[in-house]
Design a protein around this ligand. Structure first.
Ligand code: HEC
Length: 202
C-alpha cells in the first residue's frame, strides 16, 4: 500500500513539474518567428559557445600547464562564472553551462533546461547525433542549447577519482564543491550543455 502511495506521489509531482515547465513556454510562439530568424540565432549561439569554450579551455590549460591543479581548480572556481558573465555582457546574452550532474550549484539547470538536458541524454543513449537547438520561449526570449562532450583533457577533473583524478586533486575539488556530482565521466560522454538566452531585438 505504502508503495502505491509513493508511486502515486511521484507520478503527481512529475506531472505537476511537467505542466509547470510547459507553462513557462508560449505554445504558439513558433508561428510568430520565421525560419531565417531561427537560423540567425542558431549561428550566433554556435559562435558564442565556441568563443567562450576557447577562452575557458585556454585558461584551464594554462593553469594546468603551470602544473598546479589546485590553482587550476581555484581559477576555474573564481573565473568561470565571472568570465561567462563578462562574455554575457559583451554579447548581450545570458551565457551558462549546465548539466544533470553538476559540480557548481550555481550551474543547476532550470526546469526548461532540465527538459532539454534529458532530451540530449536520451538521444545520446540511443547513439544519435546531438545537434544545437534554438527555441523561442516567449516574444522576447530565445534560448540556444548545444551539447558539451567530454574529451581526454576534461578527465583531469571530471574522470574517475583516484584513477583519472589523483586523490589529492579530488580532495581539493571536494573542498570547493562538497556536493560534486561531476565525476566518473569517460571520453565521448555527454557532460552537459550550453544554455544561451538572447533577448530579441525588435
Ligand atoms: C582543472 C579542472 C577542470 C578541467 C580540466 C575541466 N573542468 Fe569542468 N569544471 C571544473 C570546475 C571546478 C567546475 C565548476 C566551476 C564552474 O562553474 O566552472 C567545472 C564545471 C563544468 C561545467 C558546468 C556544470 C557544472 O557541473 O557545474 C561543465 C559543463 C564542465 N565543467 C565541462 C567540462 C569539459 C567539457 C571539460 C573539458 C573540455 C572540463 N569541464 C574540464 C573543473 C574542470
Amino acid at each position: 500500500m505504502k508503495n502505491r502511495v509513493a508511486i502515486f506521489l511521484v507520478f503527481i509531482i512529475g506531472a505537476l513539474s511537467f505542466f509547470q515547465c510547459e507553462n513557462q513556454k508560449d505554445g504558439n510562439i513558433e508561428v510568430r518567428f520565421n525560419q531565417q530568424e531561427k537560423e540567425e540565432y542558431l549561428a550566433k549561439g554556435k559562435d558564442i559557445a565556441a568563443r567562450t569554450l576557447a577562452v575557458l579551455s585556454g585558461q584551464l590549460q594554462k593553469a594546468l600547464g603551470e602544473g598546479d591543479i589546485n590553482n587550476a581548480i581555484a581559477s576555474c572556481n573564481i573565473r568561470a562564472l565571472s568570465l561567462t558573465d563578462s562574455l554575457s555582457n559583451a554579447y548581450n546574452a545570458d551565457i551558462r553551462r549546465t548539466s544533470l550532474n553538476i559540480r557548481n550549484p550555481m550551474n543547476s539547470p532550470s526546469c526548461i533546461e532540465a527538459e532539454q538536458l534529458k532530451t540530449y541524454q536520451k538521444q545520446f543513449n540511443k547513439g544519435e547525433d546531438l545537434q544545437p537547438h534554438v527555441e523561442f520561449i516567449d516574444d522576447h526570449n530565445i534560448a540556444f542549447y548545444a551539447p558539451i562532450v567530454i574529451n581526454e583533457f576534461c578527465l583531469n577533473c571530471h574522470g574517475s577519482p583516484g584513477d583519472d583524478i589523483g586523490s589529492e586533486e579530488y580532495k581539493i575539488i571536494n573542498q570547493y564543491y562538497p556536493d560534486d556530482q561531476a565525476t566518473g565521466y569517460r571520453e565521448g560522454d555527454l557532460r552537459g550543455m550550453w544554455s544561451i538566452r538572447f533577448l530579441r531585438s525588435d
